[in-house]
Design a protein around this ligand. Structure first.
Ligand code: GRF
Length: 202
């Protein structure tokens, strides 16, 4: 399965996905799009030999026009599944229409707890003992789509946002390739709010 990634920042999940998928044959990352020209993800793409393009959203007249342009770019590359990996913009229904139930996002909390920005900070502020990460299908809401996979991470005494985020990141890097490979094997079916897995992840 041909996978495209959208990323705005560091791109550690992008790299983990590229490397994780190279361990198997089910799926490969065939391209990266970043809306931020200075994103470290772009540097990582060069190092990994993955084609990357910058599409700065400010150069399009509207969100819809931008999302349509991105969808065309991905379609040109025959992308079948899109992963949002630290992509800091909401995608519009125009984009989702081009990839129905074919867009995944990775979020640093156990959804539906702590959606939106600063999920790790939100978890610390709420005083939870356990948080984690979620891979979910993207729908029109903010981090509301059907949940494919989750991993729990303990909150330890003395944790700050950086230490907890780093521990969550390790689980993200493990979970995202597993989730994508399961989709590529055709073992993932979305039934309303629920995602049915036809085999174990991994
Ligand atoms: C990750 O924590 C991801 O869950 C969230 O944004 C962060 C991206 O990190 N959506 P990176 O750019 O992949 O390092």
């Amino acid at each position: 399965m041909r996978v495209g990634v959208l990323a705005s920042g560091d791109g550690s999940n992008f790299q983990a996905l590229v490397e994780g998928l190279r361990l198997g044959t089910e799926a490969e990352v065939v391209g990266l799009i970043s809306n931020v020209p200075t994103a470290r993800a772009l540097e990582r793409a060069r190092g990994l030999g993955v084609p990357a393009v910058v599409m700065q959203h400010t150069q399009w007249p509207s969100r819809v026009a931008y999302d349509e342009a991105m969808a065309s770019e991905l379609t040109l590359r025959q992308v079948e599944l899109v992963c949002l990996a630290g992509y800091m913009r909401l995608v519009t229904p125009a984009f989702l229409k081009a990839f129905p139930m074919r867009v995944l996002n990775i979020h640093p909390a156990l959804l539906p707890a702590f959606p939106g920005l600063h999920a790790v900070r939100q978890a610390l502020a709420a005083g939870v003992r356990v948080t984690g990460c979620t891979v979910h299908f993207v729908d029109a809401g903010t981090d509301t789509g059907p949940i494919l996979a989750q991993a729990a991470v303990p909150v330890l005494p003395g944790d700050d946002e950086a230490s907890l985020a780093a521990r969550i990141r390790v689980e993200e890097h493990r979970l995202l390739p597993l989730a994508v490979r399961a989709v590529a094997r055709g073992e993932v079916q979305v039934e309303g709010r629920r995602v049915v897995l036809k085999g174990p992840l991994g």
